[in-house]
Design a protein around this ligand. Structure first.
Ligand code: FAD
Ligand code: MG
Length: 349
């Protein structure tokens, strides 16, 4: 009897699965804001009853609120920054230890062009808030003295980091006046978390998730065509220079001088700062797009490559096994050979 019941159940399940396969996966979509940017989630799932995108969005929010935001009181990064100079080591839980460890390594590999301890300088310029219209009044250029003072509290020399070992969690200690800012890697780190969630959900057949300048593609589109991710023209961001045609799982991040900036006396001051000067990076580039399998790496590398410029950025991307596309200020496009295979120029270019 039990065997018949089991056989009947199996048949019903196969019918159900068959039914789903015939109907094809359904598309779920969600748009919202988190991490100070627009989040767009598109997921193809054979289980349309569950709201997959809602739960993914919740994951981004809790990553921001619990771990990564330096602005939200009570987040781990906020707590680490609050302990700066106190001599008390903060314990890092969840994925934060790995993110900090990756950030410090990328800082070293980029010769200091990338700096997760750039908080004091980022706060001094506060370009994100000015660009978002969150500040009132008129943007005033920080004085050279203030820039030098902020820079004195930045850099890996301000950070003492102990990786997890022997069952102990990772720990971090900041010097007085220092502060972490994970703005350059947070969205990529979030994409890695979302990828793990997609992989754990057998009902998901494909997805494209976009967090501001960082995008994850996953699985397949129902029509079998590749995912297409546009690369914006930095001088006309509503137009695209071309598209990346991506099969399966990839992470794409773009850093550009057009994403967040303020203008004063006809000069554009953007949000990617050069730790060598304390001023917005001026490496001859308008944007860098990086493609690799890992969100943390694609996000971190696009920022690091932007600061380094084309030649050094190219070498850094290669060292990480990533592909990169560089748009210079005069509009010239250069890309690594692997990127050539993915990039299709817009017909207008
Ligand atoms: P990226 O190149 O990826 O990152 C640039 C950002 O990295 C800068 O904004 C700065 O924060 C930092 N940075 C600048 N220079 C360097 C450098 N040389 N090395 C390392 N880092 C550098 N923005 C808001 O306006 N309001 C918010 O409430 C807000 N909350 C956020 C919460 C989180 C968890 C994260 C990750 C970001 C948040 N942001 C917020 C920041 C906003 O999303 C940034 O503009 C964004 O991170 C910049 O991303 P990007 O892809 O344009 O540039
Ligand atoms: Mg980045």
């Amino acid at each position: 009897m039990k065997r018949f019941l089991r056989a009947g159940l199996m048949a019903a399940m196969l019918l159900l699965l068959g039914g789903c396969a015939l109907a094809g996966p359904a598309l779920q979509k969600k748009t919202g804001t988190a991490m100070g940017t627009v989040v767009q989630l598109c997921v193809y799932t054979t289980s349309p009853k569950e709201d997959v995108t809602e739960s993914l969005f919740g994951q981004v929010r809790s990553l921001e609120e619990d771990l990564l935001s330096r602005r939200i009181e009570g987040s781990q990064v906020w707590a680490v920054n609050a302990l700066a100079g106190s001599g008390t080591r903060a314990e890092l839980t969840g994925r934060l230890g790995e993110i900090v460890s990756f950030g410090l390594q990328l800082g070293q590999d980029s010769g200091g062009a990338f700096d997760i301890a750039l908080g004091p300088l980022v706060e001094l310029w506060d370009i994100d808030s000015w660009a978002q219209g969150d500040n009132t009044g008129v943007f005033a250029l920080p004085s050279r003295e203030d820039v030098a003072e902020a820079l004195a509290h930045c850099g890996s020399g301000q950070v003492e980091f102990q990786a997890a070992s022997g069952g102990n969690p990772p720990r971090i200690l900041l010097e007085r006046g220092a502060a972490l800012d994970l703005g350059a890697v947070g969205k990529g780190a979030a994409l890695d978390e979302l990828l793990a969630a997609l992989e754990a959900d057998i009902s998901v057949t494909g997805a494209v998730l976009s967090l501001g300048g960082s995008v994850l593609t996953y699985g397949e589109k129902p029509d079998g065509t590749p995912w297409r991710v546009g690369v914006a023209d930095p001088r006309n961001p509503s137009e695209s220079l071309g598209t990346l045609a991506l099969e399966g799982q990839w992470c794409v991040s773009t850093s550009g001088d057009y994403e967040r900036y303020v203008e004063a006396d006809g000069v554009r001051y953007h949000h990617i700062l050069d730790p060598a000067t304390g001023y917005p990076a001026d490496s001859g580039l308008s944007s860098v797009t990086v493609v690799c399998r890992d969100g943390l790496a694609s996000d971190g590398l696009s920022t690091a490559c932007f600061v380094l410029g084309r030649e050094k950025g190219w070498k850094l991307a290669e060292a990480y096994g990533a592909e990169a596309l560089f748009v210079e200020k005069d509009g010239t496009i250069a890309m690594t050979p692997g990127m050539e295979a993915l990039f299709e120029r817009a017909s207008s270019q």
